[in-house]
Write a protein that binds this ligand. Structure first.
Ligand SMILES: *[C@@H]1O[C@H](CO)[C@@H](O)[C@H](O)[C@H]1NC(C)=O
Ligand SMILES: *[C@@H]1O[C@H](CO)[C@@H](O)[C@H](O)[C@H]1NC(C)=O
Ligand SMILES: *[C@@H]1O[C@H](CO)[C@@H](O)[C@H](O)[C@H]1NC(C)=O
Ligand SMILES: *[C@@H]1O[C@H](CO)[C@@H](O)[C@H](O)[C@H]1NC(C)=O
Length: 398
């Protein structure tokens, strides 16, 4: 008995410190390839699954359309980091070719689309293409076009790009998610030399710091502005539990978004802000470490739905923080926290029998009763987290 107890406590300790092996499982490439093979023609993209784990496909003109193509690029990156072995399944496809082919369906959106500020998300596969091939003109054109569309949503009186609102003169709403779309402005600025683009990103981030973050480091989902005066009219939620609650995916986008602002600017204020958001996210986790869909959502009826995507997005944001922290103690705090999040969510939601997505337990939109799903973005950030852990020497390839 004693030795069994001893062994299980060692395993419990080890589990907290090391990333889940599932991150590098051969099931990951296998599932992604199956989804690539099942893409409809003309192309539509998986966004979330049914509660039975079957992918639902959406027209390219959807905010999530970039996530599956960029998943192909992420497995191409994994293959360059790890090499292909029979154990890791990374050799079963030409991930770059698959990612490229799937990206082509996004190109018509450069001319016209209905995704608003989410053009930043659409740019992700093209940004990755430029890492592989910095001279790819198709990818440069896409990055510049999406950046221009986002810049066109900037209102200098508000100091932000508009996320939502039909009439920009009277209806100017900014959501915390918009922090994720700023990256495309930096890439286009670097490609074109147009500094206005990065100044727009900086203004948006600064306005978000001023109005979206509560004193305890939690965030509002939506801030409504008066487009004429720039005054804040209202702070509220759209996808969260209440106007005063903290929607966990929004908080996760914020951690990643501000760490990313630091990456592009070196401005300490963004690092400090990312730390504040991370502190709220980690300090308020329940004891099982599973990220709830909203931090203030009631526990009853149990189980309160989790959001696996908030967990994997936050994990990549924390890994970025870990990379930029200058003391090894701070760096380890964030990488351990990221690893703990990944362990908890993997234990809950990994590879449910019959599911096409890698993870389950995603909450797409709880007020719209869309939960207990897989999500294309949750799976993408799960794979990205694995890549980041390897790149940062926090995990080894299978
Ligand atoms: C350039 O990128 C696009 C998608 O971003 C891809 O379809 C195309 O194959 C790439 N071209 C080359 C020559 O690599
Ligand atoms: C730089 O980008 C901004 C925002 O898209 C645009 O208004 C401006 O004309 C651009 N400047 C140049 C020199 O192209
Ligand atoms: C917005 O601000 C303008 C100028 O201060 C004011 O005239 C207008 O009534 C405000 N609109 C709303 C909806 O608060
Ligand atoms: C996780 O997903 C399973 C399958 O959909 C569900 O039965 C379970 O209640 C979920 N747990 C949480 C905490 O969301």
């Amino acid at each position: 008995m004693h030795s069994v107890f001893f062994l299980s406590s060692i395993l419990a300790t080890a589990a907290a410190a090391s990333p889940p092996a599932e991150l590098f499982s051969p099931i990951v490439p296998q599932k992604v390839l199956a989804t690539f093979k099942a893409l409809p023609n003309p192309i539509k993209y998986p966004q979330y699954t049914t509660t039975g784990g079957i992918w639902q496909y959406f027209s390219p003109n959807t905010w999530t359309s970039g996530f599956f193509p960029v998943t192909g690029y992420a497995l191409n990156t994994r293959k360059s980091l790890c090499g292909a072995t029979s154990a890791n399944n990374l050799g079963i496809a030409d991930w770059l070719a698959l990612g490229r082919a799937a990206s082509n369906g996004l190109i018509p959106l450069e001319i016209s689309n209905g995704v608003g500020h989410d053009v930043g998300f659409l740019s992700f596969p093209f940004v990755e293409e430029l890492v592989v091939n910095p001279n790819n003109q198709t990818a440069k054109t896409a990055v510049n076009a999406f950046a221009k569309l986002l810049a066109g949503r900037f209102n200098p009186v508000v100091g932000a790009t508009r996320s939502w609102g039909d009439n920009p003169d009277v209806d100017f709403q900014v959501i915390i998610d918009n922090m994720m779309n700023l990256e495309v402005l930096f890439h286009s600025s670097a490609l074109t030399g147009n500094k206005t683009l990065e100044n727009i990103a900086i203004a948006h981030a600064d306005t978000t710091i001023k109005n979206h973050i509560r004193a305890d480091g939690s965030t509002w989902h939506v801030v409504e502005y008066n487009a004429t005066s720039g005054a804040v009219i209202r702070k509220r939620t759209a996808q969260g539990f209440s106007d005063s609650s903290t929607w966990s995916r929004g908080q996760a986008w914020g951690i990643y978004g501000f760490a990313n602002m630091y990456r592009f600017t070196g401005n300490m204020n963004y690092l400090v802000t990312a730390r504040r958001l991370a502190k709220y996210f980690l300090d308020n986790l329940p004891s099982d470490g599973i990220v709830p869909w909203d931090y203030n959502a009631p526990l009853i009826p149990a189980p309160r739905p989790a959001d696996s995507s908030a967990a994997t997005i936050a994990a990549t944001g924390l890994l970025m923080l870990s990379k930029y922290e200058t003391t090894s103690a701070a760096s380890k705090t964030y990488s351990d926290a990221a690893i703990n999040l990944l362990n908890s969510i993997t234990k809950l939601s990994w590879n449910r029998p019959g599911w096409q997505s890698i993870l389950s337990n995603g909450t797409v939109n709880k007020p719209a009763n869309n939960q207990l799903t897989g999500t294309a973005y949750g799976d993408y950030y799960f794979i990205k987290a694995g890549n980041d852990l390897i790149s940062q020497n926090l995990a080894t390839c299978l």
